[in-house]
Design a protein. Structure first.
Lengths: 487, 81
């Protein structure tokens, strides 16, 4: 069940009606939402519903165990390791095992050994089709954050299995985030939901923004430009440099529209049910530095790595060399988190190298200038251009799934013999909207949202219908999934 | 739900958000010298303020803050709105 379908609209409306009908009956309300969330998950891939339940039970038990152990540090650590082993074990097995086995097999063959390893995926002769359970990277990180926060005494353990299961599986953000920490979500479950009419308007407005990003920016650019050029090495090679460059800029907007669109729909859906989820994207291509980019792009994942990995490695507290090594390791793992493939490893490596280079440069410049860095409109503009193009070129590695395509991407940049072919007008519209969405000041965006919220309900309904009609007129006919569903 | 906080709690939140060691900051520490107070530290801090205190503040509201005590004053003012 995808967010941009009529089935989801019907599902969300049903969940809304049932949830608010049970407003005064807490357990029943949460139970209904839990059933809806598992139903939603089963609608995407029913085979892995059990894994979601295992992950939930593991961290519920681990959190309770850590709290019970109280002053017994060894017991507390045992529960933490139990959670890490189960969650990362499941994630590692389903997401990375085939990648690992394939590379071991290649290495052994290169050494002359005739190796035949067992595989999970059907494409290698294994038992399962589409082996990566939907949303596994997201809900695994979410449940882990709970256990680590309980271990660090930053959140009290959840006493209700029902509430905890709902925290892990809450359908708007189950498949692709935002990754929500327990102290953001559990207090909202504890309080009786307040029915606020402005939440409905604000939720609908954010869902509309998300649908615009997905249907008008991401899907149009994907169908008419990016997926055509990036289909394989031959299509990249045949595109010529101008079209390839346009497709690469297009991909930057496509991936933003796809994922930020998903996040908007998730946050808007949650808002209709009275829940507030944190912002996940904040005009990332306006970032003046790479550090700022990661604080604007997939914010909940960046913060997870920042709080739970970078911090555990010592952050910037152990000297210059260790700080740089920590930055390198974190960004490499962010790459690998996105998928089991060498392109994601290279993508992570790309950011690792740039992050380390920029941080080392800044450390040296700060030392020489006595702690002050010059800032001017020119340095800001150069910073935005530099950061955007690091992300853009990294996008080539993200998009190309094989080495031949990456090689073709480099080779095609020398081919300026062809001009741009005629492209559908919707491509230019999508690019324009993508650029405008970044250039719009936040206060204007909020003002438009506030105007929408203030409209009478029938006018809101008419505006929603009109927008949907316009989106559907522009978007391609075929239904596309969200890119981040694969992670 | 918004709740009142004292300046020591703000110091702890800044320490957590900037990955500083507990006890390494004080109410009158100069924030310009806090290494982790970059864009990620700021986003993290604003998220903690939202989750723990129940107050939404914009980054620009903190521009003039020099110490955690100043930050506390801004948050107290925002909570009273």
């Amino acid at each position: 069940m995808y967010f941009h379908t009529f089935t989801y609209a019907l599902f969300l409306w049903s969940a809304y009606v049932v949830f608010w009908a049970l407003r005064k009956r807490r357990s029943l309300r949460h139970a209904a939402l839990l059933v809806a969330s598992y139903w939603f998950y089963a609608g995407i891939d029913p085979r892995f519903v059990g894994l979601l339940a295992v992950s939930t039970l593991t961290d519920f038990v681990a959190g309770a165990g850590i709290a019970r152990a109280d002053a017994d540090e060894r017991a507390r650590k045992r529960y933490l390791w139990f959670s890490l082993a189960v969650n990362l074990g499941i994630l590692g097995f389903f997401k990375y095992y085939d990648f690992f086995a394939e590379n071991v097999e290649h290495a052994m063959r290169a050494l002359g050994a005739d190796a035949h390893l067992w595989y999970l995926g059907a494409e290698h002769g294994g038992p399962l089709r589409y082996v990566v359970p939907a949303g596994i990277s997201f809900y695994t990180f979410q449940t882990l954050s709970y256990t680590i926060d309980v271990y660090r005494r930053r959140v009290k353990p959840c006493e209700s299995l029902l509430d905890f299961a709902l925290y892990v599986s809450f359908f708007p953000q189950l498949i692709a985030g935002p990754i929500v920490r327990a102290r953001t979500f559990l207090p909202q479950l504890a309080a009786e939901p307040l029915r606020d009419d402005s939440d409905v308007g604000a939720g609908l407005f954010q869902i509309l923004q998300g649908l615009a990003k997905k249907l008008v920016i991401a899907d149009v650019l994907g169908a008419h430009l990016v997926d055509v050029v990036y289909r394989d090495a031959a299509s990249i090679q045949g595109a010529g440099a101008p079209l390839f460059a346009l497709a690469t800029y297009g991909f930057a907007l496509q991936i933003y529209g796809d994922f930020a669109g998903y996040s908007d729909i998730a946050i808007g859906s949650a808002r209709l049910l009275g829940f507030r989820l944190p912002k996940n994207f904040d005009a990332p291509y306006k970032s003046k530095s790479l550090e700022e980019f990661w604080s604007r792009w997939h914010i909940s994942m960046s913060l997870w790595f920042y709080h739970f990995l970078y911090d555990a490695l010592g952050a910037d507290r152990r000297g210059r060399a260790r700080t740089l090594a920590n930055l390198f390791a974190v960004h490499l793992l962010i790459g690998l988190w996105h998928g089991a493939g060498w392109n994601f490893v290279l993508w992570g490596l790309w950011f690792s190298v740039w992050m380390v280079a920029v941080r080392a440069f800044r450390m040296t410049a700060l030392r020489r200038s006595g702690g002050k860095m010059p800032a001017s409109p020119l340095t800001s503009a150069l910073g935005i251009l530099f950061t955007f193009h690091v992300a853009l070129l990294g996008g080539i590695l993200f998009r190309c799934t094989d080495a031949a395509s990456i090689r073709a991407s480099i080779a095609v940049l020398g081919d300026w013999s062809q001009g741009l072919p005629a492209l559908p007008w919707t491509v230019w519209l999508a690019i324009a909207i993508g650029v405008v969405s970044h250039a719009t000041p936040e206060r204007l965006d909020r003002a438009i949202g506030a105007r929408f919220v203030a409209l009478p309900r029938p006018v809101q309904g008419a505006a929603v219908a009109l927008c949907l009609y316009a989106f559907l007129a522009v978007t391609p006919d075929r239904l596309t999934t969200f890119v981040y569903f694969n992670f | 739900v918004t709740r009142a906080v004292d300046v020591d709690e703000i110091v702890e939140l800044i320490e957590e958000a900037t990955l500083s060691l507990p006890g390494s900051l004080a109410p009158d520490t100069d924030l310009a010298g806090v290494k982790g107070l970059d864009s990620m530290g700021l986003v993290s801090f604003l998220g903690l303020v939202r989750d723990v205190i129940g107050v939404e503040i914009a980054p620009k509201e903190l521009v003039r803050c020099r110490t955690p005590r100043d930050v506390h004053a801004v948050i107290a003012q925002a909570a009273a709105r």
